[in-house]
Design a protein around this ligand. Structure first.
Ligand code: BGC
Length: 424
């Protein structure tokens, strides 16, 4: 995949030479250029990012992409830190909740207050998201969307072929994967990387203990809950689920796991709704080619994350203006719909017509709105909205160690509780 991506620009830059044409320096558009650091490198992600790029191009603004591959931004933050430390920050960067807070604490971010006030951001974004997009009363990030992690993506043709109904309980969920496995398919398309292990595990936790348990364990970081029998049960349930992976899951990128569902190799993937971006990119339609449903047992809550565009302080007045333009573009109604229709997410704004979204997103948008009202819209641990990076990384370490060994559930629960105590 990396080779194909690199091959295009390389080829483009070599073409004039091989054809003997004069090589022209790229022109910077009159209105300037923005440099944007992000980790949107899969087919669906790049397509969604293209919506912003062309939106800005329509306004005469150039685009310098700075992609850092690595799902959930695992590599992006280190690259961003080194850019900022060397005094050369990009115009803007994609970050997740607690990381946004971290950057704000260090100082050095542009405030987006003027745009936020004009557009009434305080009225349109849900409170659990505002808690991160604002810092000490100032708006520090423009929210692209709301993603949620408690989704299952299912191959409809396989379900039909094997006579599988959409499962609503954990027991039926496992039974359906067994059916697929018995018929020679992979039950669960799985990417064995720490952030993906943790993404699936937070689903299992929510399914095992419900929203209050999830909140107490992962948001309040309550030691007794982390060590509880329910947490041990969650690890044991996770062990059972892991039996439906294929043997080659170790290190697999998330979009390659999605491709297993798309290509009729696997029945399900448990993944955030960026996975839907891959189905969209493959021209597949919800309910016709694939199903989307909340992970059985998690229907009463939504574990969310949202990509925030933060901007770095600059003395350059042209860049300042471009930052405002970009913030305004991201929060605008048309962009919020168009972006989500490519990314797989739902709009971060809560005031948009749902009928412009596909069937999965309509359902998702409604569930996010209901969860925001019922206090069950809870931050995802794996995607930076439940706890600070040190705690998140501690969770990644233990959950991955569990996945890659035969560690018993009670040992994993105790180790995770200890690691979280040390990290917080
Ligand atoms: C981001 C998504 C991204 C996914 C996979 C998440 O943390 O919020 O935008 O598509 O990671 O990289």
């Amino acid at each position: 995949m990396i080779t194909t991506r690199l091959a295009v620009p390389l080829l483009a830059s070599l073409l004039p030479l091989t054809l003997g044409l004069p090589v022209q320096a790229a022109e910077t558009p009159d209105k300037g250029e923005v440099e944007v650091l992000n980790w949107w490198t899969s087919g669906g992600e790049a397509r969604a990012l293209g919506v912003l790029k062309s939106d800005l191009a329509d306004q005469g603004i150039g685009w310098k992409n700075m992609p850092v591959a690595g799902g959930a931004g695992t590599n992006a933050m280190a690259v961003l830190r080194s850019r900022v430390t060397s005094g050369n920050p990009p115009t803007a960067a994609q970050v997740l909740g607690f990381d946004a807070r971290d950057w704000a604490e260090r100082g050095g971010l542009s405030y987006l207050d003027k745009v936020a006030q004009d557009m009434k951001w305080g009225d349109i974004f849900p409170q659990p998201l505002q808690d991160f997009a604002k810092y000490k009363g100032h708006w520090i990030g423009a929210p692209f969307e709301i993603h949620s992690t408690n989704w299952v993506w299912a191959n409809k043709a396989l379900m039909d072929k094997l006579g599988i109904e959409q499962p609503t309980t954990w027991t039926d969920f496992l039974a359906s994967m067994k059916k697929a496995r018995d018929a020679g398919y992979t039950g669960l398309a799985y990417g064995g990387q720490p952030w993906q292990d943790a993404t699936v595990f937070e689903n299992v936790m929510l399914a095992t203990g419900g929203p209050d348990f999830y909140r107490k364990a992962f948001i309040d970081l309550d030691d007794a809950t982390l060590r509880s029998d329910t947490m041990i049960k969650a690890f044991n349930n996770f062990r059972e689920l892991l039996a439906y992976r294929d043997p080659n899951s170790s290190g697999r990128d998330w979009n390659l796991a999605t491709a297993m569902v798309i290509n009729d190799k696997a029945l399900y993937q448990i993944m955030g709704d960026w996975a839907k971006g891959e189905f969209i990119n493959a021209n597949l339609a919800p309910y016709k080619d694939y199903l989307c449903f909340r992970t059985p047992g998690t229907q009463q809550a939504v574990t969310f994350n949202s990509d925030l565009m933060i901007m770095f302080k600059t003395d350059d007045t042209q860049q300042q203006a471009l930052q405002d333009t970009m913030a305004r573009a991201i929060a605008s109604p048309g962009f919020q719909i168009a972006f989500s229709n490519n990314k797989g997410s739902v709009p971060a704004r809560m005031d948009l017509p749902a009928d412009e979204l596909d069937a999965c997103a309509q359902k998702g948008y409604e569930q996010v709105q209901a969860a925001a009202k019922n206090n069950t819209l809870m931050g995802s641990m794996a995607h930076g909205y439940a706890a600070q990076a040190a705690v998140k990384n501690a969770v990644f370490d233990i959950v991955s160690a569990f996945v890659n060994s035969s560690m018993p559930g009670d040992v994993a629960a105790e180790q995770m509780a200890m690691a979280i105590q040390d990290a917080k």
